[in-house]
Design a protein. Structure first.
Length: 206
């Protein structure tokens, strides 16, 4: 997808900070409420009080604005989940902290969290290339992370890495769906405990 890395026009950065933040806030609200294909640039400009023609002085089109907002959301989320990968700990502790930080991000920035959810759930053809590339990059990053854990003996080396990624990714997405409910650290620990040990009975000799 050729325009994934396109930035806003310089005229956007030349705006007064308050006006720039007003545009960002209106866009975040719209893209949190609606997936890309249903989002309206008209509603965004009405909510931030500018003419639609003015928006095209800052962004080429709705797609450029959308990708900019998605990147802003992920920049903020990386501030959180990066704390997990900075840990000098075993893979299970890192994953536990990753989910905990993701949960905290969703609580602190619910609209940005919903923007990222809508992005991955989008069915817009214009985003298909970027979404597929993103999924592949995530799988490769997790694969490297998992390989290190297998080599160190933390994880069963006989497991299929794609199956492990599928499981943790699915669990992660489901946890995100539960982020608006009253879950706590113990709930996350219990979920990861099931992934780590399975459903077998625990206890002496087991």
């Amino acid at each position: 997808m050729e325009r994934v890395n396109k930035m806003p026009k310089q005229t956007f950065f030349n705006l007064e900070p308050e006006r720039r933040e007003k545009i960002i806030a209106a866009a975040v609200d719209e893209f949190a409420r609606h997936p890309f294909e249903q989002a309206s640039l008209t509603r965004i400009v009405e909510n931030c009080g500018i003419a639609k023609g003015s928006m095209y002085q800052y962004f080429a089109d709705k797609l450029d604005l959308y990708l900019y907002i998605v990147e802003l959301a992920y920049e903020r989320k990386r501030d959180y989940v990066g704390r997990a990968f900075a840990l000098q700990a075993d893979i299970f502790s890192v994953l536990e902290e990753y989910y905990r930080q993701s949960f905290q991000f969703s609580r602190d920035y619910p609209s940005l969290n919903q923007v990222t959810n809508n992005y991955w759930n989008s069915r817009a053809q214009v985003l298909s290339g970027a979404l597929e590339e993103g999924r592949l990059n995530r799988a490769e990053e997790f694969g490297r992370f998992l390989s290190e854990a297998m080599e160190s003996g933390e994880v069963n080396a006989d497991l299929n890495s794609e199956a492990v990624f599928f499981t943790y990714h699915a669990v992660g997405r489901t946890l995100i769906d539960y982020f608006d409910k009253d879950i706590d650290d113990d709930f996350v620990k219990q979920v990861l405990d099931v992934l780590r040990f399975g459903l077998q009975r625990r206890g002496e000799g087991k």
